[in-house]
Design a protein around this ligand. Structure first.
Ligand SMILES: NC(=O)c1ccc[n+]([C@@H]2O[C@H](COP(=O)([O-])OP(=O)(O)OC[C@H]3O[C@@H](n4cnc5c(N)ncnc54)[C@H](O)[C@@H]3O)[C@@H](O)[C@H]2O)c1
Length: 387
């Protein structure tokens, strides 16, 4: 008989993240077999019965529900996974914490700092394990970048710059709100590219380079009105279509960030670069298994940017996968997060980023939006993250 401790997952939402998380739960027992806690696909929930039933059958969930409250009320669920639009995160997370469930919540943690603080208070009061799916931390090349930065090899860090560029909302006839387009509706999303794209860049940046203390930002909404899918009415667009900001990190380095959904030709160009006194690192999601590294301490005649394929068994996570030289993809970052969450239960330690860590990103996002509105520098109040 298995001595494993099952963690019975109740997943809310069956869209993009519902599918990719389900894949992660299915993969972890195969690729991280030594872990004592192991995910079990117990219940899945979304509002349309026919589609949630089909989803449960396709992915192997034991049961389904059409109301998230019913999932939280079930005794056969240990952990709630929140894969729904941003306006639902706080209500679901707080109810789950009050019911004593562990919580894995999609990013951004919430729409606002105030909502996020209530969520942090709820999980900490209940003492339940919690994590937020800032999955790019678990790209092996990004984790390697973290190890190199922490080793001190870069020396004093001067610059951090990041971009997250897309082009899918340029069409002015695209409606806002409802299925698939809730990201364009400020009530559902909280913000536009700031909470959707820059939140990822900010989480990675603060993880790698420490806290962002103040920001100066500009945002633009290029298409001012769009038809709302739910009401059929043409309504003002409340989200930021593009956002640029610069900032100071606590360690004295300068940051430069840009996100937009209006960069024609770019689908999801997430890049970052860090420049230190002795070395620089850069990374690009489109070539995610590669890390570029420049080490000024190399012999001068052969000094140059190294292009490092991060697929060897001694590089982060890669001893779980295939053979050196063979790549892994986007979905593996979620599998890694499931595995790290299960390991944190084995070890009795937090799984970063926790709700409290993700609140720090929320503070920076809110300061960015406030700065753009007020055309002034804003302190973020953000503190150092764990993990
Ligand atoms: N970590 C990442 O890289 C990443 C990527 C994409 C999305 N996300 C985040 O994941 C979350 C979901 O995004 P998505 O792209 O999967 O969205 P989606 O639109 O593809 O799916 C949302 C799902 O939630 C369901 N839903 C909505 N309201 C519900 C309710 N009240 N009760 C039950 N089900 C409900 C919908 O039916 C749908 O199945 C968002 O918070 C988003 O920001 C994170």
């Amino acid at each position: 008989m298995s001595t494993k401790k099952p963690i019975r997952i109740g997943m809310i939402g069956t869209g993009l993240m519902g599918r990719i998380h389900s894949n992660g739960y299915n993969q972890v027992p195969h690729f991280f077999p030594e872990q004592q806690h192991t995910p079990v696909l117990q219940v899945v929930c979304s509002r349309n019965e026919a589609s949630v039933k089909a989803f449960a059958e396709q992915w192997g969930y034991a049961a389904y529900e059409t109301d998230w409250r019913a999932v939280i009320a079930r005794d056969d669920v240990d952990a709630i996974d929140i894969c729904t639009p941003n306006d639902t995160h706080a209500e679901i997370a707080i109810a789950a914490a009050e019911a004593g469930k562990m919580i894995l919540c999609e990013k951004p943690l919430a729409r606002t700092v105030a909502e996020g603080m209530r969520m942090v208070e709820a999980v900490e009061k209940a003492g339940v394990a919690n994590t937020v799916w800032y999955n790019y931390r678990r790209v092996p090349a990004v984790t390697l970048a973290k190890q190199i930065v922490d080793s001190g090899k870069l020396g004093k860090i001067f610059h951090y710059r990041a971009n997250f560029l897309q082009d899918w909302t340029i069409n002015a006839d695209l409606p806002q709100g409802g299925t698939a387009l809730w990201r364009l509706d400020a009530d559902a999303a909280g913000s536009g590219v700031t909470g959707d794209l820059l939140a990822h860049c900010i989480d990675t940046a603060m993880w790698l380079n420490g806290s962002i203390i103040d920001v100066s930002a500009m945002t633009e909404t290029f298409v001012k009105e769009r038809m709302h899918q739910l009401t059929g009415k043409v309504q003002p667009v409340g989200i930021d279509d593009a956002c640029l900001f610069h900032c100071h990190f606590e360690n004295g380095s300068l940051g430069l960030f840009e996100a937009t959904r209006y960069a024609r030709g770019h689908k999801a160009l997430y890049t970052f670069e860090i420049n230190g006194e002795h070395a620089s690192i850069r990374w690009d999601l489109h070539d995610m298994n590669r890390m570029e590294y420049f080490d000024h301490t190399d012999e001068s005649t052969v000094r140059g940017w190294r292009s490092i394929l991060v697929t060897d068994g001694d590089q982060p996570y890669m001893n779980r996968w295939w053979i050196p030289g063979t790549s892994i993809g986007y979905e593996h970052t979620f599998t890694h997060q499931v595995a790290d969450f299960m390991k944190s239960l084995d070890d009795g330690t937090p799984c970063a980023p926790t709700f409290r860590d993700a609140l720090e990103t929320q503070k920076v996002c809110e300061a960015v939006l406030k700065s753009a509105r007020s055309r002034s520098w804003q302190d973020t109040g953000a503190e150092a993250m764990g993990g």
